[in-house]
Design a binder for this molecule. Structure first.
Ligand SMILES: [Zn+2]
Length: 324
């Protein structure tokens, strides 16, 4: 992806393109900001611009052999270091160091992307510091981190730090749409809110399973039942499925709470609730008191789960409350 295709992060991109165009790149950059705001994408865009053999336009051409190799993940001068297990290990940095003593294979410059640099322990950090202190020629280090705090101060001071910010919804929405054409417009909007301006988190934290289950719950909540007993039967069925979800449970609670809060805001603004796009008479009949009780029930379930209460029981009580 060229710089021009990246949405948002204009300050960071301006800084890098200025350095690139004036041939004044630093030896090391630290791209720091929350997960999913475009740090790695930007690092890849910089690498693509540096590798392209026909740089007349200042943007990678996409057709030369270097561009094709890089796009397919096979450029020999692009190295990625990422956590093995819990973090980046010293052995990985030692191996990197050995590799750097040789000149780049094909390009004028070798580019090393260090992902999740904040996971480096002290030993690995000290080893990387030595590389930054005496950088072998024609190597560019791009460190990407969610937080600079865990990094050695000496590493941070050896790099040019480029901060990345969460994106406003108008920028996050088109990114989520582009990455997830399978999401509906409502889902994209919900993701933009839930991921708090970090659109890269959509689809990882909030995956298909979570979205599918959330849809199922909201559909069931607004469905008409022949009797209250039938509604409770549905509630207990969903509660059992919900309790079985390992990672997704908290995300589904987030999504449900968000949709009820949206409905409350719509009511306060005297608009028709619009979040689910499936407004039944039942949903229109929910008043502020009812919606607020449902949000409270979700908060209570969250607190109980945090205290390791029985998942199945917490889910049953919650769903029965929501279906009451
Ligand atoms: Zn090219």
């Amino acid at each position: 992806m060229p710089f021009s295709a990246i949405i948002g992060q204009t300050k960071a991109i301006k800084l890098l393109t200025r350095a690139l165009n004036s041939n004044r790149l630093a030896h090391g950059y630290l791209l720091v900001g929350p997960e999913g705001v475009g740090k790695s994408t930007t690092a890849h865009a910089l690498a693509a611009s540096l590798f392209c053999q026909t740089t007349a336009t200042g943007s990678p051409c996409g057709y030369c052999s270097a561009c094709i190799k890089f796009a397919s993940g096979n450029h020999p001068d692009f190295l990625t270091i990422q956590p093995e297990g819990a973090g980046i290990k010293i052995q990985q940095i030692r191996e990197l160091k050995k590799g750097l003593s040789f000149p780049p294979f094909e390009a004028d410059m070798r580019i090393i992307l260090v992902k999740d640099a904040q996971t480096m322990g002290r030993e690995a950090g000290n080893s990387l510091l030595k590389i930054l202190e005496e950088p072998p020629p024609n190597n560019l280090l791009l460190l990407v981190a969610t937080d600079s705090e865990p990094l050695l101060d000496t590493i941070v001071s050896r790099c040019q730090v480029i901060p990345f910010q969460p994106l406003p919804p108008e920028q996050a929405i088109p990114i989520i749409q582009g990455n997830h054409p399978e999401f509906s417009a409502d889902e994209v909007e919900a993701m933009a809110k839930l991921t708090g301006g970090c659109p890269g988190q959509a689809g990882t934290v909030y995956n298909d399973e979570v979205l599918h289950f959330h849809n199922k719950c909201t559909q069931a909540l607004i469905a008409e039942y022949a009797s209250q007993a039938e509604a409770f039967e549905e509630a207990l069925y969903l509660a059992a499925r919900l309790a079985e979800l390992k990672e997704g449970l908290h995300q589904i609670l987030d999504l449900l709470a968000l949709s009820f809060k949206e409905d409350m805001i719509s009511l306060l603004c005297k608009e028709k609730p619009s979040f689910s796009g499936n407004i039944s008479e039942k949903r229109e009949g929910w008043n502020l008191q009812r919606l607020s009780a449902m949000v409270e029930a979700i908060d209570l379930a969250r607190r109980q789960l945090a205290r390791n209460c029985n998942r199945a029981l917490v889910c049953e009580v919650l769903l029965l409350e929501l279906f009451a």
